[in-house]
Design a protein around this ligand. Structure first.
Ligand code: NIG
Ligand code: FE
Length: 408
């Protein structure tokens, strides 16, 4: 035993899956950390003997400790903003109409192509800082605003570099199939060929992505185009993901599940057959209340069916300039409850255990459990449900990422 840190005087919401114990609670618990990992967790009264002179002992002031929060779906490396389109939408123009008129994702593509790496890095770092101040320890970042080889690579390199220099862990996803770039307007199949024959192989060769995503939608790519992209991903050894059933039901989720996708995301229009397909494959349903809220959607994701079939549900910010310019995972906890009628416990599992699974990292993080990465958030609250309940006064007291205390 060579513990470096020990937390005591804390209540633990371990977020382990225990039918009889909501939140996986251990009251008056202790957590020991060795080499960046959780070495021991349990009741303080059951702590084994340890050498008090060699261990930094931290007191939690009777607060609550949770796993570090995981934002498993963001587009946080981008140039420009879309405030003008926000004004248009408030005057009644729809998100889809703006996209069809060449705005939407395409306007962010123009701004991202024009931005240099330093600019993208600086704004990306600020956004990661904002997430970290609210207890986030792992973030997924998608490309998808480059839409050509050079700029998809640029976006992913910035995301990878953020992961190297920022304390937050970064998972990267290539979303080259996000929209048609202007130079391929009306040639979706030719663009899909570029993605499959050039962009994905290069991204894989440079090890720039952990997963591949596709926007399967009327304003994105149809089923057979999406299938082609995800099959190429599988061939390259990259895990598929999909933006599916956000604005309509194309059957993308069932396809993604069949291809072994880590997650399908948005899924407001998902039907029961789709839910069954997810349950069968163990694909995570990632719910994005920020986009639902910001686009003033009315079609709710099929919560009851997802629960009934035992599909793991994650919650993420979807932070992006068009449909969810809200850089707060903590606020998403509240929105998941108020907008989607999730319970505070489901919401917290959605940004911990299930979010880890949506990134294929469920063996490494998302629970307070021996052997997992020591990503731990300490909160000044009386009960874990408060994390979903209130917003605005930041209750985060301390944050550890891989066993290192962070400045917050
Ligand atoms: O997750 N649905 C597609 N992609 C993003 C929106 C991107 C944008 O509007 O810039 C989303 O909502
Ligand atoms: Fe998204």
């Amino acid at each position: 035993m060579n513990w470096q840190h020990l937390w005591i005087d804390v209540n633990l919401a371990c977020m382990t899956e225990q039918a009889d114990q909501p939140y996986g609670v251990i009251e008056d618990g202790a957590v020991a950390i060795e080499d960046g990992k959780i070495a021991w967790v349990g009741k303080r009264s059951e702590l084994p003997e340890f050498d008090q002179h060699k261990v930094a002992i931290h007191r939690g002031n009777s607060g609550w400790m949770t796993p570090g929060l995981i934002d498993c779906h963001t587009h946080l490396v981008f140039g420009g903003d879309r405030a003008k389109e926000f004004e248009q939408r408030l005057q009644g123009v729809s998100y889809e109409t703006i996209a069809k008129q060449g705005g939407g994702i395409r306007s962010t593509v123009a701004a991202t192509r024009a931005a240099d790496e330093q600019t993208l890095f600086d704004s990306g770092r600020k956004r990661l800082n904002a997430l970290m101040r609210e207890g986030v320890t792992q973030v997924e970042i998608k490309s998808g605003y480059g839409l050509d080889l050079e700029n998809e690579v640029k976006q992913l390199q910035v995301a990878r570099y953020l992961g190297e220099v920022h304390p937050i862990g970064v998972s990267t996803t290539c979303l080259a199939a996000h929209a048609l770039p202007p130079e391929y307007a009306d040639q979706p199949d030719a663009y899909v060929n570029l993605v499959c024959d050039s962009i994905l192989p290069k991204v894989s060769e440079l090890d720039l992505a952990d997963a591949v995503d596709v926007f399967c939608e009327g304003i994105g790519f149809d089923l057979s185009q999406s299938e082609k992209v995800l099959r190429k991903a599988v061939e390259l050894g990259l895990k598929p993901k999909m933006h599916a059933e956000q604005l309509s039901n194309l059957g993308g989720s069932a396809l993604a599940a069949e291809l072994g996708a880590l997650s399908v995301d948005h899924i407001e229009f998902l039907d029961e057959n789709g839910v069954k397909a997810l349950a069968k494959s163990g694909t995570v349903a990632v719910l994005l209340p920020g986009a639902f809220y910001f686009l003033r959607e009315t079609q709710l994701p099929p919560l009851d069916a997802l629960r009934e079939h035992g599909v793991p549900m994650a919650i993420a910010s979807d932070f992006n300039p068009g449909s969810s310019p809200i850089c707060s995972l903590k606020l998403m906890l509240n929105m998941a409850c108020t907008l989607f009628s999730m319970t505070p416990e489901e919401a917290l599992a959605g940004v911990t255990r299930h979010a880890a699974k949506a990134l294929g990292l469920e063996q490494q993080m998302g629970q307070i459990k021996a052997g997992m990465q020591a990503d731990l958030a300490l909160w000044d609250i009386q009960h874990p449900s408060e994390l979903s309940y209130s917003y605005g006064v930041n209750p985060l007291q301390a944050l550890m990422i891989q066993g290192k205390l962070q400045q917050i």
